[in-house]
Design a protein around this ligand. Structure first.
Ligand code: 4GX
Length: 223
């Protein structure tokens, strides 16, 4: 998959996109990514990309023209163009699975008070990562990229296969324990040392149900 970020702040991306599992996905050839800066497509000699809102009010609005040119410079046949905004449809794990099937995704990061309303037709989808307001679309774009890239076959190790997981099964993960066997007087559940894999799987399933009922009852009613 290739991901292009349309952003006024391209420097924000490499520290996240080249680290850890995303970095390894790139090294393995499973992910390519790049940035395109609308400022490089500004018609203005001062490379201006935003202006004051017609009708007055605080803040600035991103102009449609540099945004359109930036998107057009990377868009191909079959590209999904997505705008990140608090006004979008909520991004979910299901949506991540759908996007993971695409060969090319363009994530458009807004700033200021938003973008000129007439630019919205440049986007196939408008997505929100949650009901809060950030300073820009860069973090949301990387949240989406992270959730999508880990769904690409080969990105995760077999053991933590994305399909077997919380949200896909509508249950939270079962509790995990590691060494030491006793920590501050608290013991690891005995069953986990039994070597009885069937019993352990049953215990984990029950524990996952209990955790979901307690912490996220809303997920259970969806199951
Ligand atoms: N989930 N932001 C977008 C600019 C903006 C403001 C108003 C449209 C209308 C966000 C989120 C988010 C901050 C990205 C404001 N665009 N994006 N930006 N929550 O808070 O996706």
């Amino acid at each position: 998959m290739r991901i292009d970020f349309v952003t006024l702040f391209p420097d924000m991306f490499a520290p996240i996109m080249d680290a850890s599992i995303l970095g390894r996905a790139k090294e393995k050839g499973l992910l390519e990514w790049g940035c395109v800066n609308p400022r490089n497509f500004s018609a203005d000699k001062h490379r201006k990309v935003d202006d004051r809102p017609f009708g007055g009010g605080p803040g600035m609005v991103l102009m449609a023209e540099p945004l359109e040119k930036a998107i057009k410079s990377v868009k191909k046949k079959g590209t999904a163009v997505i705008f990140l905004s608090p006004q979008g449809e909520t991004f979910t794990d299901r949506k991540a699975s759908q996007l993971a099937k695409k060969k090319h995704v363009v994530l458009v990061c807004g700033h200021y008070e938003g973008v000129d309303e007439r630019a919205l037709e440049l986007f196939d989808e408008e997505l929100s990562i949650g009901d809060y307001v950030l300073t820009g679309g860069e973090l949301p774009a990387m949240v989406v990229a992270d959730a999508v890239v880990r769904k690409i076959p080969g990105v995760l190790k077999k053991e933590d296969a994305a399909e077997s997981e919380s949200f896909v099964t509508s249950l939270l993960d079962f509790p995990q324990y590691t060494r030491p066997r006793v920590w501050r007087g608290r013991e690891v559940p005995e069953i986990l040392f039994s070597g009885d894999h069937k019993k352990i799987a049953e215990w984990r399933h029950k524990a996952a149900h209990a955790a979901t009922r307690r912490k996220r009852p809303d997920l259970m009613s969806r199951a």
